[in-house]
Design a binder for this molecule. Structure first.
Ligand code: G3P
Length: 217
């Protein structure tokens, strides 16, 4: 399973890249706005300098023709830019056209298997089911992920399943167990994945014992 960072923060992306844990990056308008008043295209270009894998740049217009204009512009930023379109009627129309032009699209804001089927048929390169936001309303994000993987496997569809809106290591582990192609996660979740209190305790003990031995010598 590929690891994507769900952030627009350059320091976080650099830290994950150093660990070899940034196979790609997903951004959205909220994540970009958290970085302050940055120039969108320049910021995406900076991310693409750090990460060679897919970097999602989301369109911000609700209208198909404007989405197409944005998509065709953003794809020129770097060869690894993927255009992110929402799972709306306009978004899927734009997805179909961009895909026909050879531009990869990550279809975002997916909350049902029916939507995921439509996105694959429209030519999405990636589908992003939002697990955490479904859990937030008392639904089951992992069950949706399982359904999408099963349906895509039934037909050998090439759309990659990108588990998104992940809130905890459990989401990441279960996504891997289900065979998700990609998990995109905030840097905080990536850090949580690495940590275990017994690792820290064990390491402290090893170093303390080693230093005692060195003191005796
Ligand atoms: O990138 C989209 C998605 O991962 C957003 O997650 O935490 O805002 O629901 P969240």
């Amino acid at each position: 399973m590929k690891f994507f960072l769900d952030t627009a923060n350059l320091d976080e992306i650099r830290k994950a890249a150093v660990l070899g844990l940034a196979d790609g990056v997903t951004t959205n308008p909220t994540l970009i706005s958290r970085e302050g008043n940055v120039d969108f295209k320049q910021h995406i270009a900076e991310i693409c300098k750090i990460v060679s894998g897919p970097v999602s740049a989301e369109v911000t217009s609700p209208v198909k023709d404007d989405m197409l204009r944005e998509g065709r512009e953003y794809v020129k930023i770097a060869p690894n830019v993927v255009i992110k379109c929402p799972l709306t009627v306009d978004g899927l129309e734009a997805t179909r056209i961009l895909n026909d032009e050879g531009i990869k699209v990550n279809v975002t804001l997916c909350f049902s298997a029916a939507q995921a089927i439509c996105a694959a048929k429209a030519g999405a390169s990636f589908i992003s089911p939002f697990l955490g936001r479904l859990d937030d309303i008392g639904d089951n994000g992992l069950r949706l992920l399982e359904e999408i993987i099963e349906i895509y496997d039934n037909y050998g569809w090439k759309t990659e399943v990108l588990a998104a809106s992940l809130r905890s290591p459990i989401h990441v582990i279960e996504a891997a167990r289900l065979g998700s192609d990609i998990a995109t996660m905030p840097y905080k979740v990536l850090e949580q994945l690495l940590k275990h209190p017994l690792t820290d305790k064990g390491q402290d003990q090893f170093l303390a014992d080693w230093n005692k031995r060195a003191a005796k010598a």
